[in-house]
Design a protein. Structure first.
Ligand SMILES: Cc1cc2nc3c(=O)[nH]c(=O)nc-3n(C[C@H](O)[C@H](O)[C@H](O)COP(=O)(O)O)c2cc1C
Ligand code: SF4
Ligand code: SF4
Length: 271
């Protein structure tokens, strides 16, 4: 089976998932790639009726051990029509939880055929200079692994006639106790709203553009608390560093992040 084109569907507020996806595509050496960026609220509200490309790639960050909830409606509306799909999750070196299992279930139920999956590591959205968590990841090695993964997928597909010949097994993940006991969107319980420091801000509007929830008022730059999911795109993408991540319950959050991220996690791929 020869693959020439792909639809790449991804959500990536702070850009690490996008880096991994791009590298997988590079490794696949495809001629045509149709990008569907779910980070933009308008795209998430749309429905992708038809996929014309040969293969689909879906990439999401792990939020609270799972697929970010705001993506579920879009993903559940996708029609697979027996297309091959590659599933990718990117997490902040704590746990990838059940994200790949969830993606597998959604896509197979919608008529896709999962032909490969991978779990990669990206700098944690809550990482700061004082408390670095998976800082700088994906690093050179992670990106090389993503590129090799892409090349391996193409090689594997060349060797088969029908995608029904492919059977991959993703191990059952688990939801950590912490994610079970705290409420949904617990990030708001543990971090403050990233307010803007007007003495540094130059009104460039970058944070407004990159906020995946359209939560930042473009005139005042204030954040709508009901919409903000604490993805920290506005902090990480601000060229003037006019917003910062501030933990609530600082000692608890610092200890949990430090303890949970102490082991350097490795890329896992399923082919
Ligand atoms: C609300 C929220 C919840 C998160 N939950 C987890 C988690 O359960 N496990 C983990 O390792 N990282 C978690 N992270 C970190 C992200 O998965 C990680 O930083 C990822 O690389 C972000 O992807 P992006 O750069 O494409 O936005 C969470 C981040 C956010 C914003
Ligand atoms: S305002 Fe909230 S949702 Fe929007 S980019 Fe900042 S942290 Fe993310
Ligand atoms: S990205 Fe930073 S400098 Fe630009 S408007 Fe937002 S807070 Fe201000």
């Amino acid at each position: 089976m020869i693959i020439n084109s792909a639809t790449s569907i991804y959500f990536s507020p702070t850009g690490t998932t996008k880096k991994i996806i791009d590298q997988i595509i590079k490794g696949m050496g495809l001629e045509k790639v149709n990008l569907v960026d779910l980070t933009l609220p308008k795209i998430r509200e749309s429905v992708l009726n038809e996929i014309n490309e040969d293969i689909v790639l879906i990439g999401v960050p792990v939020y609270e051990d799972k697929v970010p909830e705001i993506l579920l409606e879009f993903l559940n509306n996708l029609k697979g029509n027996n297309k091959p799909v590659i599933l990718v999750c990117v997490y902040g070196n704590i746990t990838d939880g059940i994200t790949l299992n969830e993606l597998y279930e959604i896509t197979e139920n919608n008529g896709f055929k999962v032909i490969a999956a991978g779990s990669f590591i990206g700098e944690h959205s809550f990482s700061t200079k004082k408390l670095p968590v998976a800082e700088g990841r994906p690093n050179y090695e992670d990106l090389s692994r993503a590129e090799i993964f892409g090349a391996e997928i193409v090689e594997k597909l060349k060797r088969i006639n029908e995608i029904s010949d492919i059977h991959i097994k993703i191990p059952e993940g688990k939801i950590e106790l912490m994610a079970k006991v705290v409420s949904k969107n617990s990030a708001r319980m543990f971090t403050k709203q990233p307010m803007v420091d007007k003495s540094i801000c130059n009104d460039c509007g970058v944070c407004v553009y990159f906020c995946p929830m359209a939560a930042i008022n473009q005139d005042t730059l204030d954040i709508n608390e009901d919409k903000c999911i604490r993805c920290f795109a506005c902090v990480k993408r601000c060229p003037k560093k006019a917003r910062e991540i501030i933990y609530k319950k600082k000692l608890l959050v610092t200890n949990v992040l430090r303890f949970k991220s102490r082991i350097k996690r490795d890329v896992k791929t399923y082919l």
